[in-house]
Design a protein around this ligand. Structure first.
Ligand code: FAD
Length: 371
């Protein structure tokens, strides 16, 4: 809603989810049928502003019933360095999807209420928005890297990467990466075809490196027009997933994988984990304090994997390019690809979503929410 339509908004809900992208919608989806009064707020309409290149392991789309948003599938990853090209045959496929379609499909699986509102901050469990104050005993910050409800995060000093991409029309066959210092000293360039458009971008692990010029350069090298920009900061360090009674999910908790900047499936994965804990609170199976501890511990139990990927992120730019190329070429060995990509998928495996309840339409009457 804009202008005069932006009417005052206030009230009290059982669960208040701030942010309606991957993380927030995954939390809301887990609460469907619980009987809880759930409000989701975002400054934009659901699916209005694409936040990524929208590449994800295909199985994640399938287990969540989101295949209708699917655009294109890839069974191999093509990696270019200045010294040659390597092709990794993946043990599972990766897909690109349509962002508005995916958000709309996720929202169809929720039974929450939605309002557009810009979140400005909070006092305790009262969230201040540009339309008024909202409150709930269970508050989720799924607002992305700014972590608005947790004291904020400021580039360029915070542990953030930055990414920018263009979306020219035109088809392609391969999911391609460039590890090439002409484009970025620490990071990589990408080209993700998605049906009739291709998403071409550059991500820098160093927040001080400006990626605009080299994004344009990569697009022009691929003979594509640098049009329809989209970019953002990307957190690359895990943060506490709970604090001062608030649940943080997705980029707001640093749930994006540091080496690859893959943050969609982890936002969905931790969103599901958070949603399950909240559901058990609204159904009277545990108090809020227990949910905070359990969800915080669950996120923390992944720390060593995130730290290992962060160490690799820092190491790769230091490896001389000819040696890096030889290393990537050696990685083409089928057994190694199967092993490494199997572990990589296992960090946030699609089976986690498949295993979960939620018992849709069960219509439990929520019991009083215990602190
Ligand atoms: C250029 C680029 C390409 C990327 N490509 C990929 C990729 O292909 N695959 C992948 O896995 N990851 C990719 N990522 C990373 C991925 O986009 C993020 O990790 C992911 O979007 C995190 O999801 P989220 O729901 O936590 O946050 P977001 O998707 O950032 O969503 C945050 C939501 O909060 C809303 N919001 C923010 N502030 C406020 C406020 N003050 N008030 C109200 N609403 C607010 C926003 O409108 C948005 O809807 C990419 C990132 C970039 C920058």
């Amino acid at each position: 809603m804009r202008g005069a339509e932006r009417t005052p908004l206030s009230g009290d809900w059982d669960v208040l989810i701030c942010g309606a992208s991957f993380a927030g919608l995954a939390v809301a989806r887990e609460l469907a049928g619980s009987g809880a009064r759930v409000l989701v707020v975002d400054r934009y309409e659901i699916g209005e502003r694409q936040t990524s290149a929208c590449g994800i392991p295909t199985e994640w789309l399938r287990v969540l019933g989101l295949m209708e948003s699917h655009r294109q599938t890839f069974g191999r990853l093509v990696i270019h360095t200045p010294h040659g090209t390597s092709v990794l045959d993946l043990p599972w496929t990766f897909s690109t999807f349509d962002y508005p379609a995916l958000c709309s499909l996720l929202w169809d699986q929720c039974d929450a209420q939605f309002e557009t509102a810009k979140v400005n901050g909070r006092t305790g469990n009262v969230v201040h928005t540009d339309r008024g104050d909202l409150s709930a005993p269970l508050v989720v910050d799924a607002l992305g890297w700014r972590r608005v409800l947790g004291g904020g995060y400021q580039p360029p000093d915070a542990p953030l990467s930055r990414g920018l991409e263009v979306h020219p029309w035109g088809v392609g066959d391969d999911m391609e990466l460039w590890i090439d210092r002409r484009y970025v000293p620490a990071g990589y360039g990408w080209s993700f075809p998605a049906g009739d458009e291709t998403r071409i971008g550059v991500g820098s692990f160093d927040p001080r490196f400006h990626v605009k010029d080299t994004t344009v350069m990569l697009a022009e090298d691929l003979e594509r027009e640098p049009v329809r920009y989209q970019g953002n900061w990307i957190p690359h360090r895990l943060r506490a997933a709970t604090g001062d009674g608030i649940f943080f999910v997705g980029d707001s908790a640093g749930h994006c994988l540091p080496l690859t900047a893959e943050g969609i499936r982890t936002a969905l994965y931790f969103g599901i984990a958070c949603g399950r804990e909240l559901r058990s609170v609204v159904e009277g199976r545990q108090p809020i304090a227990a949910a905070l501890v359990r969800y915080g511990d669950f996120s923390q139990s992944h720390r060593w994997k995130f730290e290992a990927m962060l160490a690799a992120q820092k190491l790769v730019p230091r490896v001389p390019p000819p040696i890096l190329h030889r290393g990537i070429r050696a990685m083409q060995a089928k057994r190694f690809v199967d092993w490494s990509f199997g572990h990589y998928l296992g960090i946030a495996a699609p089976a986690f979503a498949a295993a979960g309840p939620p018992s849709r339409g069960a219509g439990h009457a929520p019991v009083s929410i215990a602190a």
